[in-house]
Design a protein around this ligand. Structure first.
Ligand code: SF4
Ligand code: SF4
Length: 349
C-alpha cells in the first residue's frame, strides 16, 4: 500500500498531460513511462493491485529532477515527492542508492575539506532578523561570501533536494526538520541558490506566512549600480540562465536588476525556460539524453553572442560549463552572487 501523502498527491492528478508536454526528457525520448503522469498511472495501478513492484521499478529511472512537471501542474501535484518516494520504495537496492548519493555528494565533501583550513573573515554588524541560507556548494566553495557579512549565518542543513531525489527520505526529513526550526526564528531567510530556495519552499510543514519569509538575495539590491571601473566586462554582453527551479517572479526581478546595471548589455536568452541538461549528476548516468538537452541550451547561449553567462545555481554553473565544451564556445560562467560581489558597485549621486 502507498503512503497517505503519496496517495493524496496521486488523487490530485487529473491526467491532463501538461507535465508530459513540459518534460525535457519526454521531448527527447517520447516515452511516457519516464514522465510524472506515467509514474502516477503506474503507482495507481500498483495501489489497485494491477501492477507489481517490479513493474514499477523497471522504468522511470531517467528523470532529470528539474521540477518542470511540478511547476507546470495545474493540480499542484507534488511530483518531486512522488519521485522521491518511488526511488525510496521501489528501487531494487537501497545499497546502490546510498552509493550513488555518496558519489553525488563526494565533490562537495572534497571542497569542504579543502576550504576547512581557510580563515573566515566576517563583519560583526549584521542584520540579526535575517538569516542567510548558504547552500552546500557555496559553503564548500567559499568560507565567506558577501552575504555572510550582511546577514546572520546559521547552521542550516542541506535543503534536502539531493536526498529527496535520491530516495533517501530519512535524511530528507532530518534536514527539513532542522531547517524549519531555524526558519521559525527569523523574519526573513535569504537564498542565493534557486534550487535550495525551491526545495525549502516545498516543505509542507511551513505555513504560507513562513514561506513568504523566503526571499532571493537580489530583492535587497534596490539601489543604482554600475560596473566597477576595473571590471573586464565593461560594455560586454551578459546573459542569465534561468535555473529550472527558479520561479518567474524571482527571474523577472533579477532580469530587471541586470538591465539596470550601468556598463553591461544585458540580453535575454532565447527559450529562457530550457534546461542546462546537467541535473546534479544526471549527465554521468544518462550522458546521451543529458548531452542532447545541453546542446540545445548551448546553441541558444552561442547565438546570443554572450561574453558572460550568469546563473544562480551551482549545478547549473557546471552544466553551462559543460555546454561550452560541447559547443566550443568558451565564455566565462559565474554565479550571480560572485558577479555582484566582485564586479559591481553602487552609484552614489
Ligand atoms: S500536470 Fe499534474 S494533473 Fe496534469 S497529468 Fe501531470 S501531474 Fe497530473
Ligand atoms: S522532473 Fe523534469 S525530467 Fe523529471 S519527470 Fe518532471 S519534467 Fe520530466
Amino acid at each position: 500500500m502507498l503512503e497517505e501523502e503519496i496517495k493524496k498527491n496521486i488523487n490530485k492528478c487529473s491526467r491532463c498531460a501538461l507535465c508530459v508536454q513540459n518534460c525535457p526528457v519526454y521531448k527527447i525520448k517520447k516515452d511516457e513511462n519516464n514522465t510524472s503522469r506515467g509514474l502516477i498511472c503506474k503507482l495507481s495501478g500498483f495501489e489497485s493491485g494491477n501492477l507489481t513492484k517490479k513493474e514499477i521499478s523497471k522504468d522511470l529511472k531517467i528523470c532529470l529532477n528539474c521540477s518542470k512537471c511540478k511547476s507546470s501542474c495545474p493540480s499542484k501535484v507534488d511530483t518531486t515527492l512522488i519521485f522521491g518516494y518511488k526511488n525510496a520504495e521501489f528501487s531494487p537496492s537501497k545499497i546502490s542508492q546510498r552509493i550513488l548519493l555518496i558519489l553525488k555528494l563526494l565533490p562537495i565533501k572534497i571542497l569542504y575539506f579543502l576550504n576547512f583550513f581557510k580563515k573566515s573573515i566576517t563583519q560583526k554588524t549584521k542584520n540579526s532578523d535575517i538569516a542567510y541560507f548558504k547552500g552546500c556548494v557555496a559553503q564548500a566553495q567559499h568560507k565567506t561570501t558577501y552575504l555572510d557579512n550582511l546577514f546572520s549565518t546559521e547552521d542550516f542543513s542541506c535543503c534536502g533536494m539531493p536526498y529527496l531525489t535520491g530516495g533517501d527520505l530519512k535524511n530528507y526529513n532530518k534536514s527539513k526538520k532542522k531547517n524549519i526550526e531555524i526558519i521559525k526564528k527569523y523574519k526573513q531567510i535569504v537564498f542565493d541558490c534557486a534550487s535550495c530556495k525551491s526545495a525549502v519552499e516545498d516543505y509542507d510543514e511551513l505555513s504560507m506566512e513562513e514561506k513568504n519569509k523566503l526571499i532571493f538575495f537580489t530583492d535587497f539590491l534596490n539601489q543604482k549600480y554600475k560596473l566597477k571601473n576595473n571590471s573586464k566586462y565593461k560594455d560586454k554582453t551578459v546573459v542569465f540562465h534561468k535555473p529550472c527551479h527558479m520561479n518567474n517572479s524571482d527571474f523577472i526581478k533579477i532580469e530587471n536588476f541586470l538591465k539596470n546595471i550601468k556598463g553591461i548589455n544585458y540580453k535575454r536568452l532565447e527559450d529562457i525556460d530550457s534546461c542546462c541538461g546537467f541535473g546534479g549528476s544526471y549527465f554521468i548516468y544518462h550522458p546521451v539524453v543529458s548531452s542532447i538537452i545541453a546542446s540545445k541550451k548551448a546553441s541558444t547561449v552561442k547565438s546570443s553572442k554572450a561574453d558572460l553567462i550568469l546563473t544562480s545555481c551551482p549545478s547549473c554553473v557546471i552544466g553551462l560549463r559543460y555546454n561550452q565544451i560541447i559547443s566550443f564556445n568558451f565564455k566565462k560562467t559565474l554565479e550571480l552572487r560572485d558577479f555582484i560581489e566582485n564586479e559591481i558597485e553602487v552609484i552614489y549621486s
